[in-house]
Design a protein around this ligand. Structure first.
Ligand code: ADP
Ligand code: MG
Length: 250
């Protein structure tokens, strides 16, 4: 579903991604961990067209991100084509970024109505089902300010799912939550995983990585240091940098 080959990204003189090679299979729960500043968010943002890579190849579901290849030449995709690629990718951030003036159900319906031109009735019906799926069937008409952080994050997940993405990106989705609210969000993510969603999850929740993850990549200073099955990497890290990181988060 995702293939990254020698991906580099710099911001001015700051070299952030220094040749990322990895592959995410369909239906895989792929956990990305590493210290702050190692480039995890930047990598997710490159997949979702929020940043442009400087070198290498990045593809989602067999399509190059942002480019079309003809022969050995690359052509930048037009805005409309980029939008089409982005529609298939859902992203959930640390901060939930819900529209404050819209209810939960309106937040979830917004993109299908505005972007996909779905009818309001159909979009609302699906939005209610999605909110039910994330355990918020009784909160459809609440405004974000009337919801806890964990509930808001679950609305944000439902909103991403409303576009029927083939890939979900989670960037530390529980890091801004009070500890007692983390579990309800991880439970929703676990459910998604069981339903076969392909997900890349940046997280410090090693319990989640161990129980739900199919693979884990430890990234540091813009490179993949170590990767493998979570139980293997978490119980038996090979590299000093991985050991040192894990000793801090476990
Ligand atoms: P992580 O998510 O692993 O904490 P980030 O991808 O957010 O790491 O950041 C990696 C590095 O890239 C940091 O040094 C950060 O300051 C830098 N960086 C990220 N975004 C930008 C930007 N838009 N402009 C300049 N530097 C950036
Ligand atoms: Mg980050």
């Amino acid at each position: 579903m995702v293939k990254s080959e020698g991906v580099h990204k710099s911001f001015g003189a700051t070299h952030v991604l220094k040749g990322i090679d990895l592959e995410v299979a369909p239906r895989e729960v792929f956990c990305l961990v590493g210290p702050s500043g190692s480039g995890k968010s930047t990598f997710l943002r490159c997949i979702n067209h929020l940043e442009k890579i400087n070198a290498g190849r990045l593809s989602v579901d067999g399509q190059l991100v942002g480019y079309r290849q003809k022969g050995d030449k690359l052509y930048e995709l037009k805005e409309r084509e980029v939008a089409a690629q982005r529609r298939d990718i859902g992203m959930v951030f640390q901060r939930f970024n819900l529209f404050p003036h819209m209810t939960a159900v309106e937040n979830v319906m917004e993109a299908p109505v505005q972007v996909k031109r779905e009818s309001k009735a159909a979009a609302r019906e699906r939005a209610v089902k999605l909110l039910d799926r994330v355990g918020l069937g009784d909160k459809t008409n609440n405004y974000p300010a009337q919801l806890s952080g964990g509930q808001q994050q679950r609305v944000a997940i439902a909103r991403a799912l409303a576009m029927q993405p083939k890939l979900m990106l989670f960037d530390e989705p529980t890091s801004a939550l009070d500890p007692e609210l983390v579990g309800e969000v991880l439970d929703v993510m676990r459910g998604l995983a069981e339903d076969g969603m392909t997900m890349i999850v940046v997280t410090h929740e090693m319990g989640f990585a161990r129980e739900v993850g199919d693979s884990i990549v430890f990234m540091d200073d813009g490179v993949v240091v170590e990767s493998g099955h979570p139980r293997e990497v978490l119980t038996n890290p090979r590299h000093e940098r991985t050991k040192s990181f894990l000793s801090k988060v476990l």
